[in-house]
Design a protein around this ligand. Structure first.
Ligand SMILES: [Zn+2]
Length: 351
């Protein structure tokens, strides 16, 4: 495949460096296809080039594995034919309770704040916010099945609509959330602009997305469904251009990955959680020395497991302290591994 002629979604320039390539490992149009990840030489934003077209993505998300993945039921096809219980829906997303708790302690919103989640799937995250006392939560979701489940199983109001043609009133929300959303979009900048359009000035935005500079990035996150790849700097830059100021940013272990259960040494920061406030003051894109990103990326590539364990700096800085903490939690919750993991993450998140 040749290069797709597309401007950088963050800074609008068109000068790219090919960072890496990988092969699609899932069905529909993508199996075995090579995907290149390019990096903008001006600002450091990374994305697939060429990006799969909208039709391919729509087919993927509309049916089969793709839609199940978005709903959090990857690999559990059988269950879909049965009636799902609340426990089924929540157990797959239990880690999102921690996201909700992390936010609750930081974003300074009243409990009657009007909150909407974009691409809310079956609504687990909103359900957890509701459990924390937020009464006024709702979602928007394109997938009919997922949205129906959010409504009927969890009792969460969900609009079945494409976010780009939504019918919400402008500037009517106190908070907008995008959980593992922004990396899937064909135009993340436009997505952030639309999120801003929904928020009152002073309103809060919550995003989480993989961190390109994390140590396990290549292994866990390069996927054809991830169109864009962010660092804290590129995401801050994009948010700044749409009038957001980042108030909280944290990189934590990837809670969604079950491999963290099996390999605690994998518990290294891979996922960014960001809270930003809508100030309405728009800023210019932030420039980056792209060679620094390449150098960091190359260094981290060498540290991939199993080699990762032989790297002293890595061990001292990340793995060893985390393993020690993890061991404490293991002792404390011997009979309840699920609880142990949850409490460990809660500790790491400093909830
Ligand atoms: Zn750029």
């Amino acid at each position: 495949m040749g290069q797709e002629k597309v401007a950088c979604n963050n800074c609008c320039l068109e000068d790219f460096y090919t960072l890496t390539a990988f092969r699609g490992n899932e069905g529909y149009d993508f199996l075995g296809k090579e995907f290149k990840v390019v990096l903008c030489k001006n600002c450091g934003l990374c994305f697939l080039n060429p990006r799969p077209n909208e039709t391919s993505y729509s087919r993927y998300y509309a049916g089969g594995l793709g839609s199940r993945r978005r709903q959090g039921f990857g690999g559990q096809a059988k269950k879909e034919t049965k009636k799902l219980t609340k426990e089924d829906v929540l157990s797959k997303k239990h880690f999102q309770r921690l996201y909700a708790e992390w936010l609750n302690a930081r974003w300074g919103l009243q409990k009657d704040a009007r909150i909407v989640e974009i691409g809310c799937g079956m609504g687990a995250f909103l359900y957890f916010l509701k459990e924390l006392g937020y009464e006024n939560v709702s979602g928007i979701e394109m997938g009919k099945d997922a949205a129906e489940k959010a409504r009927t199983v969890l009792g969460i109001p969900v609009l079945i609509q494409d976010f780009f043609s939504h019918s919400f009133e402008a500037e009517s929300f106190d908070a907008v959330a995008g959980v593992a959303l922004i990396e899937h979009m064909m135009d993340p900048h436009k997505t952030i602009a639309r999120m801003s359009g929904l928020l009152k000035t002073g309103g809060m935005l919550y995003l989480n997305t993989p961190n390109l500079l994390s140590l396990t990035f290549r292994k866990q996150f390069f996927k054809f469904v991830h169109t864009y790849y962010f660092t804290l700097k590129t995401l801050t830059s994009m948010l700044g251009q749409e009038g957001f100021e980042v108030t909280h940013a944290l990189s934590v272990p990837t809670l969604a990955s079950s491999s963290n259960l099996l390999f605690p040494e994998n518990c290294i920061p891979g996922e960014m959680h960001i809270i930003a406030k809508k100030t309405g003051i728009k800023k210019s894109p932030i420039k980056t020395n792209y060679r620094d990103i390449i150098a960091l990326y190359q260094k981290r590539k060498l540290q991939e497991l199993p080699y990762i364990m032989s790297n002293k700096i890595f061990l001292n800085k990340y793995a060893e302290p985390l393993r020690k903490i993890r061991a404490k939690f293991r002792d404390r919750y011997k009979k309840n591994p699920k609880k142990e993991l949850e409490e460990f993450f809660r500790h790491v998140l400093k909830v």
